[in-house]
Design a protein around this ligand. Structure first.
Ligand SMILES: NC(=O)c1ccc[n+]([C@@H]2O[C@H](COP(=O)([O-])OP(=O)(O)OC[C@H]3O[C@@H](n4cnc5c(N)ncnc54)[C@H](OP(=O)(O)O)[C@@H]3O)[C@@H](O)[C@H]2O)c1
Length: 204
């Protein structure tokens, strides 16, 4: 088994977060679950002050991972500027602030693992905010990796989760879904491995 790590996981009670928390726990890691509804580690990641308050209340961790981020899905002609701002705040800036404010709270050779998604590389109608957010995070990850070494940073970019196909309606016709368990394994690869600056594309 791998060396046990302390992993701070944002969104650990969501669909993806639950799968990631389960596999990390099974592999002997300690998962610290943070979200808005958490009693012990309550945080709203759209507030930088909230993120800092959470970090300052924790001992150093070995890894920080995210399983959060909402973007509006609408046709471009129906999108407003504030729709893009909401998507940028919730998925992009929140994850960047988790990294920027987290650098001194992660061990010297620790890691960050962020979440993006397929729509930046394979767009769909109503997906402009998702494409914007995912592309922004992927650019950030590649650039941040060359500055933060020996700390590491990667992003996970799945197609639709198998378990979310019904909820997604007809948003991604013909996209091969990927099971949450496989997405969770990509987090393991990022957290336990040695790679940095990688975007793990799951499904095509
Ligand atoms: N669904 C798919 O098929 C799919 C495919 C590719 C990528 N993704 C991406 O995967 C990520 C997770 O998706 P999901 O379906 O697992 O979402 P989900 O089930 O809605 O879970 C989201 C989690 O994030 C937490 N959260 C939401 N807003 C927060 C905030 N402001 N501050 C702190 N915590 C917050 C929620 O907990 P609280 O409510 O307690 O805060 C919840 O635990 C998203 O970025 C999504 O775009 C999804």
């Amino acid at each position: 088994m791998p060396n046990p790590q302390r992993v701070l996981l944002f969104g650990a009670r969501g669909k993806l977060g639950t799968a990631v928390a389960q596999v990390l726990t099974e592999r002997g890691h300690t998962v610290i679950a943070a979200s808005r509804s958490s009693v012990e580690h309550r945080v709203d990641i759209t507030s930088g002050q909230d993120i800092t308050r959470l970090y300052e209340g924790l001992e150093e961790v070995d890894a920080i991972a995210t399983a959060t981020g909402h973007v509006p899905y609408k046709f471009l002609s129906d999108m407003s500027g504030s729709d893009y701002e909401i998507g940028f705040q919730d998925k992009v800036l929140a994850q960047i602030e988790i990294v920027r404010r987290g650098l001194q709270h992660v061990s010297a050779r620790g890691s960050f693992t962020l979440i993006t998604g397929i729509f930046s590389r394979s767009p769909v109608p109503m997906g402009t905010a998702a494409a914007m957010a995912n592309g922004a995070i992927e650019g950030f990850v590649r650039a941040a990796a060359i500055e933060i070494a020996p700390q590491r940073i990667n992003a996970i970019s799945p197609t639709v989760f198998t378990e979310s196909v019904a909820a997604a309606g007809g948003l991604c016709p013909g996209f091969p879904p990927v099971p949450l368990a496989a997405v969770a394994e990509a987090y393991v690869r990022s957290i336990e491995g040695a790679q940095t600056g990688q975007i793990y594309e799951l499904g095509q």
